[in-house]
Design a protein around this ligand. Structure first.
Ligand code: NAD
Ligand code: UD1
Length: 311
């Protein structure tokens, strides 16, 4: 049994990860301020302790890290919306970068013996680099406060890991979707917003012409990847893309979803969002070389997602 910290564990990816860890017998501590997450996303289990706290609360985080002596740490808490970071650059910076560096600093300063720390970075760091698919060594071009924070924190995690002997790894998620993605904000993930529009028969807004492409990856595949990278002790101080290795346009994904749900969406078009990326598509060879096998293509994933919403 390992002791695991999941920041952002009540959120979409975090709570799916927590399910997996609990099933594997781990003791899990979740820190989440519930700004986007929900306490009800967490399974009822003796193996979980939940703290409704902000990771920017340094006193709390320090005390927690010193007390609990974690084996594994997953840093998932963030303001996950690119557009929101454009609206609130300083606030999001405190969460998306500062708070994570403080956690690293406590580990460094107090020589905490963790087995692995994983930081969730993003495909957003590749920005408008037109090279496709994006490889881990492709040129980065972070275009928004979100992407800048993700890239610089990723470098802190990897390079300070090397400097101070802390076993770390970083992952660049592409567009994750699936059960529990929260559609409550206009900045929520696009598939959660499309789902809402289907359920409520409301109008869906496409920003731009819908030809922008994304590599949509089902959340169970993401959980498979991050558990693998964390538990495999030889994998340290490296960064990995986490995607499906396929890409589709927004119009294609809407069309596939309409067929699965048996509904025709009402659509309006608005101008492209500031900082929006045109094409995003992951090269996942590096991840596959260490044993990752994506199981869900977009149609299988969308069907499961739609089933979970109907329930
Ligand atoms: P999410 O919003 O569901 O999860 C983030 C969680 O962090 C939420 O539960 C939220 O309440 C919590 N949180 C936010 N600010 C906090 C704070 N100050 N203190 C404590 N908790 C806080 O989003 P997600 O999609 O599950 O994203 C998880 C991580 O993966 C994030 O770091 C995000 O940037 C990254 N990511 C997500 C995607 C994606 O497509 N979903 C892609 C790339 C990277
Ligand atoms: C998403 C993630 C981000 C992650 C990045 C990695 C969220 C909220 N964002 O950003 O955390 O780092 O993937 O690739 O999970 N769109 C519409 N109409 C809408 C909403 C969105 O047309 O109502 C468009 C957007 O303009 C964009 C595309 O759909 O072109 C995807 O948007 P979104 O789901 O917000 O994802 P990213 O910005 O790619």
């Amino acid at each position: 049994m390992s002791k695991v910290l999941v920041t952002g564990g009540a959120g979409f990816i975090g709570s799916n990860l927590v399910d997996n860890l609990i099933t594997g017998g781990d003791q899990v501590i979740v820190v989440d301020d519930l700004s986007m997450g929900l306490a009800t996303n967490l399974p009822k289990s003796q193996q979980i302790k939940f703290y409704q706290k902000s990771i920017t609360n340094h006193e709390f985080m320090k005390e927690l890290l010193l007390r609990e002596k974690f084996d594994y740490i997953y840093l998932l808490a963030a303001v996950a919306s690119v557009a929101d970071s454009v609206e609130r650059p300083y606030e999001t910076h405190q969460i998306n970068q500062e708070a994570n560096i403080y956690i690293l600093e406590i580990i460094r300063k107090y020589h905490l013996k963790i087995k692995k720390l994983l930081f969730s970075s993003s495909a957003a760091i590749y920005g408008s680099n037109s090279e496709l698919p994006k490889k881990e060594n492709s040129i980065v071009d972070p275009l928004t406060p979100y992407a800048i924070d993700k890239f610089s924190t990723e470098r802190f995690v990897i390079d300070c890991g090397k400097l101070y002997g802390i076993p770390t790894v970083a992952v660049r998620f592409f567009n994750v979707y699936g059960p529990r993605q929260n559609p409550k904000s206009p900045y929520s993930g696009v598939l959660s917003l499309i789902s809402q529009a289907i359920i409520h028969r409301s109008t869906f807004t496409i920003f731009g012409d819908g030809t922008q492409t994304r590599d949509f990856v089902f959340v169970d595949d993401v959980v498979q990847a991050i558990v693998l990278l964390t538990k495999e002790s030889e994998i340290v101080h490296q960064v990995f893309n986490v995607g499906s290795g396929e890409h589709v346009s927004l119009l294609q994904v809407i069309n596939a979803y309409e067929i699965i749900a048996g509904v025709s969406l009402r659509i309006v078009n608005r101008p492209q969002r500031v900082g929006d990326i045109k094409n995003s598509y992951a090269d996942i060879d590096k991840l596959m070389e260490v044993g990752y096998k994506p199981i869900f293509d977009i149609s299988k994933g969308l069907k499961l997602y739609w089933e979970s919403l109907k329930d």
